[in-house]
Design a protein around this ligand. Structure first.
Ligand SMILES: *Cc1c(COP(=O)(O)O)cnc(C)c1O
Length: 373
């Protein structure tokens, strides 16, 4: 039986994952993109409603907004954490704001306490994009359980993987039901007098994928513990290195280190993060300066509003402010991308790897600054 509705592996994965995160409901789906789409379909915006989010994210977290007929509105980020903040979100709220997507980038939690304060005051649901933040914590609780919905991806590069895959969690029964329906073409399996009750897709995870996801979920906690142990070691090894900032984690938060990022000050290290990335090749240390090369709003889909045929819909419904991508409105976003250098990270890293990478960074910085450090 490879069909999840009649099988046991996808159900087992959902049950175990809900327990791991501490949520009442979980529904597995085809990808992280599908997970975000489910959350939006559950929130059910009117065409032209606005969804506040970040421009430093995966396109899979943005295209579902457009597919649901809503308009992504980009909030700026704190350049030290690369995350949206209560203040940057508040600055973008209008009478048409239907939802907020808070992305815990690289595994570092957003300030969910502050964000919920801003959102709850206006009754706006918050969707947490936890694709990069499995097992991360804020205020003693796992991320994904603060907002109305938490979304996760099991794509190859994430903390746990089934090649492709996703899962949504919620404590809200009505939202959870709507997401489960959305995954199943809005067909309520097993209920009397079923009907396709609204517009929806087939976003199911198959049992083959579910078996892998089920097995992977058992390995999550230990994998994250090791990532954190090695990240702490890395941070210690890099203390005092001029022009280099180690990750900023708010007190009480647990960063689960999907990646380990540094902020490089180009005023101290000539050439900044691209030069450092280039120099690190000399030690065969891989890195990604800038993470994504440009803010999402500079991609053609947003810049040229390429959506359905030549209609430009739903951008045609947007207020001018909502689609104003002037760089001066996003100083934190541009600074974040300019400074960041992303180091790959995984649970197989040991002290030997971390010490080698840290020593390579020290030597590369020394080389770039002409030994002046
Ligand atoms: C990977 C990722 C997604 C999309 O997940 P897919 O499984 O690739 O569709 C969405 N948001 C963020 C932040 C991601 O890192």
């Amino acid at each position: 039986m490879l069909f999840s509705v009649r099988g046991k592996f996808v159900k087992g994965f959902e049950q175990r994952f809900a327990e791991l995160v501490g949520a009442r409901f979980a529904s597995a789906c085809a990808s992280g993109t599908a997970a975000i789409h489910c959350a939006l379909a559950a929130v059910d915006p009117e065409p032209g409603d606005e969804v506040i989010t970040t421009a430093i994210t995966d396109m899979g977290a943005l295209s579902p907004i457009l597919y649901q007929g809503a308009v992504p509105v980009f909030a700026d980020v704190d350049p030290r954490t690369y995350n949206v903040t209560p203040e940057s979100i508040a600055a973008r709220i209008t009478g048409r704001t239907k939802a907020i997507i808070a992305t815990h980038l690289f595994g570092n939690p957003c300030d969910m306490t502050g964000i919920l304060e801003v959102a709850n005051k206006r009754g706006i649901p918050v969707i947490e994009d936890c694709a990069q933040a499995f097992d991360a914590e804020h205020a003693g609780r796992k991320v994904g359980t603060f907002g109305a919905v938490g979304c996760f991806s099991l794509q190859q590069g994430k903390h746990i993987t089934s090649g492709e895959g996703g899962i949504v969690v919620s404590n809200d029964e009505a939202l959870a039901r709507r997401m489960k329906l959305f995954i199943n073409k809005a067909w309520p399996y097993g209920e009397p007098n079923p009907d396709h009750t609204f517009l929806a897709l087939n976003y199911r995870m198959s049992e083959v994928v579910g078996a892998v996801a089920f097995a992977q979920s058992a390995k999550l906690a230990e994998g994250v513990r090791q990532r954190i142990r090695m990240a702490r070691r890395m941070t210690e090894r890099l203390q005092g290195l001029p022009g280099i900032e180690t990750p900023h984690v708010r007190p009480g938060d647990v960063h689960s280190y999907w990646k380990y990022c540094l902020r490089v000050d180009g005023a101290v290290i000539p050439g900044g993060s691209p030069a450092l990335g280039n120099a690190l090749k000399g030690w065969e240390v891989p890195s990604a300066p800038r993470y994504i090369q440009k803010p999402a709003f500079q991609c053609a889909v947003f810049r040229d509003q390429r959506t359905f045929g030549n209609s430009r819909w739903p951008f045609t419904l947007a207020a001018p402010e909502a689609v104003d991508y002037s760089p001066e409105r996003f100083p934190g976003t541009f600074e974040a991308l300019e400074r960041v250098i992303v180091l790959p990270w995984n649970e197989r890293y040991t002290e030997i790897h971390v010490d080698y990478v840290a020593a390579s960074i020290r030597e590369a910085v020394q080389q770039l600054t002409g030994g002046k450090t």
